[in-house]
Design a protein. Structure first.
Length: 336
């Protein structure tokens, strides 16, 4: 029997701090050639509605799968579907809203662990949406020396609510909120951009020497969060999936248009994790661009499935039973 694993099951089985090492294991497998990523596909309609599909293969776990979702003004219902890589048998359907938040935040946590200054004390989050709190938690999980977290957003009420939620995480750092972007960025060692901006607002003048930047908000070509002069200063430019970044990140597309040779300088995060080397001491800026990658969802999904099996969590669902299609002029049989 296959398993249907609900959002409540996911939250009960795995915490964010546990998702980060699970993701690193998946990235290490990718670097070793034991995991393969599927190119992200997406469709846009009515201006801002999008359909996404990501996926990949984890050979060591006998898993192949895809996560898909439609993002609309009415919300989204993402699902991660896992099959056996050997038999094609359905193994699990995982409700993937919390999983997706953990995946996105964990990826920033991994990038921050390897690309930011180990002694970083000041972190700024730009954006107050649903990703903001998990992003704060992920950075705090890998940089326990943080002394200050700054929150920037245009809406004062949302900034204050996020600040209150961040205080509830239980970490010992000061929290301040501001609507002044330059003030928020000044002196920050780690910056995460998690907005839906369609015009760049974060510039090179706002980024201090030695800072690390996680750019995770602009995941489709109509969005843009930072200006090209950020990339001109980058000692290391890293992406979850460089092929996707050169196709869907407007910031990177524009940068490469000016200098095509730069496309070959984008390093995959899997390579960084596998090398186990921290950022160069003399690095000016390090930039991590995330657009969503199937292997990351699979790595966390694999850990959730393992824990679900071990603890007997999840609702059993019957394996699909094959029925031949109706062909030719055969009358349709209606139920009695």
């Amino acid at each position: 029997m296959s398993l249907w694993i609900t959002e409540a099951d996911v939250v009960g089985l795995l915490s964010l701090s546990e998702a980060i090492p699970a993701l690193e294991r998946g990235l290490a497998a990718q670097a070793a050639g034991d995991a393969v990523n599927m190119n992200k596909a997406h469709l846009v309609w009515e201006g801002s509605h999008t359909l996404h599909a990501v996926g990949g293969l984890l050979e060591q776990d006998d898993l192949v799968g895809t996560k898909t979702w439609a993002h609309t003004a009415g919300g989204a219902t993402p699902l991660l579907i896992l099959w056996s890589a050997q038999t094609g048998r359905l193994l699990a359907v995982i409700e993937a809203f919390a999983l997706g938040q953990m995946r996105t935040a964990s990826m920033s946590g991994v990038a921050t662990r390897w690309l930011s200054d180990e002694k970083a004390e000041v972190f700024t989050i730009f954006g107050t949406g649903k990703q903001a709190l998990p992003q704060i938690a992920a950075v705090a999980a890998v940089r326990p020396g943080l002394t200050e977290v700054r929150i920037w957003g245009r809406d004062e009420g949302r900034r204050q609510r996020l600040a209150a939620a961040a205080a509830g995480l239980g970490y010992d750092f000061a929290i301040c909120e501001t609507g002044d972007a330059a003030r928020a960025a000044n002196g920050a060692s780690i910056v995460t951009l998690a907005t839906r901006a369609q015009e760049p607002f974060f510039t090179s003048a706002m980024a201090g020497t030695g800072a690390h930047i996680n750019a995770i908000g602009a995941v489709t070509p109509e969005r843009e969060e930072f200006t090209g002069d950020i990339l001109s200063r980058a000692s290391l430019l890293v992406a979850d999936d460089p092929a996707t970044a050169t196709r869907l990140s407007r910031e990177i597309i524009r940068f490469i248009d000016c200098d095509p040779a730069q496309a070959g300088q984008i390093r995959p995060i899997s390579e960084i994790v596998a090398s186990a080397r921290s950022r160069p001491a003399d690095a000016d800026l390090t930039v991590f661009k995330a657009l969503g990658m199937g292997i990351s969802d699979l790595a966390i999904g694999a850990e959730i499935l393992r824990r679900a099996r071990d603890s007997g969590v999840g609702n059993a669902i019957a394996d699909p039973e094959k029925v031949p299609p109706r062909l030719g002029k055969i009358p349709m049989r209606l139920p009695a």
